[in-house]
Design a protein around this ligand. Structure first.
Ligand SMILES: NC(=O)c1ccc[n+]([C@@H]2O[C@H](COP(=O)([O-])OP(=O)(O)OC[C@H]3O[C@@H](n4cnc5c(N)ncnc54)[C@H](O)[C@@H]3O)[C@@H](O)[C@H]2O)c1
Length: 172
C-alpha cells in the first residue's frame, strides 16, 4: 500500500483549517455561494480538496465510507460530512446531489500482479473509481446546466495514463 499522504507532505496544500476564512484563495479562486461535493474526503487528497474549496467560500459536502472522519472533517470547515458507501447502488440511487462542483476522489488502492488480482476486488475498484463518478456526475449535471455553471474534477493518477506493474486497474 502507498502512503496516503505522500502528496501532501511534498507541497503546501493544506493549511490550518481552524483559521479558515472563506474568500479568495491564493490561486484567486472564489466560490462564495457555490456548493461543492467531494467524495472520499475523510482523508488525504479529498480532504485537502474539501478544505481548499471551503477556504474559497464553497459550501462543501463530504461523502465517505468513514462517516466519523467525514463528519469530523466537515466540522472543522463548518460544512457537512456524511457516511456513504459509494460502491452501493442503493446508496447512490438515494443520494441527493445539489453540488455545482463535484470532486470524484473516493478510491481504493490495491496492489497485486494481474494473475493474482482478485476479480471481485477489480470490479469493486472499477465501480468506486469509474462507475460511481459517472453516476454522481449524471445526477449533478442537470443542476449545473440549470445554473449555467458547473465543475467536475475526477482525481486520477499518473498511473491512469501510464500503467505501472502491479497498479491496476486505474482510470484515466
Ligand atoms: N496519495 C497518492 O500518492 C496518490 C497518487 C496518485 C493518485 N492518487 C489518487 O488520489 C485520490 C485520493 O487518494 P488518497 O491517497 O488521498 O486516498 P485515501 O485512501 O486517503 O482516501 C480515499 C478515501 O476514499 C474513501 N473511500 C473508499 N471507498 C469508498 C466507498 N466505497 N465509498 C465512499 N468512500 C470511499 C476512503 O474511506 C478514503 O477516505 C485517489 O483517487 C487516488 O487514486 C493518490
Amino acid at each position: 500500500m502507498y502512503e496516503a499522504n505522500s502528496f501532501l507532505e511534498k507541497g503546501e496544500i493544506v493549511s490550518e483549517p481552524s483559521c479558515l476564512t472563506p474568500g479568495s484563495t491564493t490561486a484567486g479562486v472564489e466560490l462564495i455561494g457555490r456548493r461543492a461535493l467531494v467524495t472520499g474526503a475523510a482523508s488525504g487528497i479529498g480532504w485537502a480538496c474539501a478544505e481548499r474549496l471551503a477556504r474559497a467560500g464553497a459550501a462543501v459536502t463530504i461523502f465517505d465510507l468513514n462517516g466519523d472522519a467525514a463528519r469530523e472533517g466537515a466540522d472543522e470547515i463548518g460544512d457537512e460530512g456524511k457516511q456513504a458507501d459509494l460502491s452501493d447502488y442503493k446508496v447512490l440511487d438515494n443520494l441527493k446531489i445539489e453540488a455545482d462542483s463535484v470532486v470524484n476522489n473516493a478510491a481504493i488502492q490495491y496492489i497485486a500482479l494481474v494473475e493474482e488480482f482478485p476479480p471481485e476486488r477489480f470490479y469493486l475498484i472499477l465501480r468506486v473509481m469509474l462507475e460511481t463518478p459517472f453516476r454522481i456526475v449524471r445526477k449533478a449535471l442537470p443542476g449545473m446546466y440549470e445554473k449555467g455553471w458547473g465543475r467536475v474534477i475526477n482525481i486520477s493518477s499518473v498511473h491512469g495514463l501510464r500503467p505501472r506493474r502491479s497498479r491496476r486497474p486505474r482510470t484515466p
